[in-house]
Design a protein around this ligand. Structure first.
Ligand SMILES: Nc1nc2c(ncn2[C@@H]2O[C@H](COP(=O)(O)OP(=O)(O)OP(=O)(O)O)[C@@H](O)[C@H]2O)c(=O)[nH]1
Ligand SMILES: [Mg+2]
Length: 259
């Protein structure tokens, strides 16, 4: 799967990079996913970003475009766009309109999210006429398996608003269900049991009913968070999900090609 990714080329040559947008509750593991994917490709744990387990405010404040790969081995034509976390409170966390604007390609890299006021046309980070290349090509919800049962309706409501916008754009959307290690003891002992675990299956079903995403678009994953060494099982789960996300984003871009 690593080789498939490293050899990956976008079918539609009018687009140079596939844009994948990560969206979810604060502390869900969005930024950690980017680190995990880059660690896998590099073959060693990357510490590009460090999260804070105890934080009650979003650690990510900016719309942050992070290239997949590294300067030494080369970058892949894939960009993971990190966003600020969603919160229960209307005036806290990323504004849903900001996520929707970013999906449409209006938001430039480096924009600082303001929970109270979404971006408007006058912002220097607002792109007037986004092309297919500027748009997002897949929406990736990040949901922590250990928290889904206690996640507030208000957060799901915000996620559904984003989902409805993604539907209107015909955008593929998937769920990366993180923290499976925190959710199931069997899986924590051996990640290979993840698809045998009833507990994990139940959490996936909860994701499905909360957001209406099909089961084959929901992927249980574990991020690197405390380990110092690469682990094949962590890699396999994430790569299984990521290779599919890339394929679906490529299909989207191909479908909307102007050629
Ligand atoms: N056990 C475990 N911890 C994880 C996993 N993914 C992330 N974490 C931890 O959860 C915490 C939050 O992760 P982040 O990646 O910062 O989450 P985020 O969604 O980017 O959070 P904000 O930017 O604050 O919205 C960090 O301490 C991570 O180390 C996982 O799969 N398993
Ligand atoms: Mg973050």
């Amino acid at each position: 799967m690593v080789n498939t990714l490293k050899a990956f080329k976008i079918r539609n040559d009018e687009v140079k990079e596939l844009n994948l947008l990560l969206c979810g509750q604060i502390g869900a593991g969005k930024s950690s996913i980017i680190n995990t994917i880059n660690s896998i490709l590099e073959g060693q744990i990357s510490v590009g970003y460090q999260g804070n387990l105890e934080s009650s405010v979003s650690q990510t404040l900016k719309f942050h475009k992070r290239q997949v790969g590294n300067a030494k081995d080369g970058f892949l034509p894939l960009v993971l766009n990190d966003t600020m976390g969603l919160e229960i409170d209307q005036s806290k966390g990323v504004h849903t309109d900001d996520i929707i604007t970013a999906l449409k390609g209006h938001t430039k890299n480096g924009y600082t999210f303001d929970p109270k006021t979404p971006i408007d046309e006058n912002s220097p980070h607002y792109r007037e006429n986004p092309s297919l290349s500027d748009r997002m090509h897949c929406l990736v919800y990040v949901i922590p398996a250990d928290k889904i049962s206690i996640m507030e309706d208000k957060v799901f409501k915000k996620m559904k608003k984003v989902r409805d916008a993604a539907y209107r754009m015909d955008l593929p959307h998937v769920i990366l269900m993180t923290k499976v290690d925190e959710t199931c003891t069997l899986t924590n002992k051996n990640l290979r049991h993840v698809y045998n675990s009833k507990k994990i299956k139940d959490k996936m079903l909860e994701c499905q009913s909360a957001l209406g995403v099909k089961m084959n678009c929901i992927f249980p994953v574990k991020n690197y968070h405390e380990e110092c060494d690469i682990n094949e099982n962590v890699n396999c789960l994430m790569l299984h999900a990521f290779t599919r996300i890339v394929r679906w984003a490529d299909d989207y871009v191909d479908k909307y090609s102007n050629n």
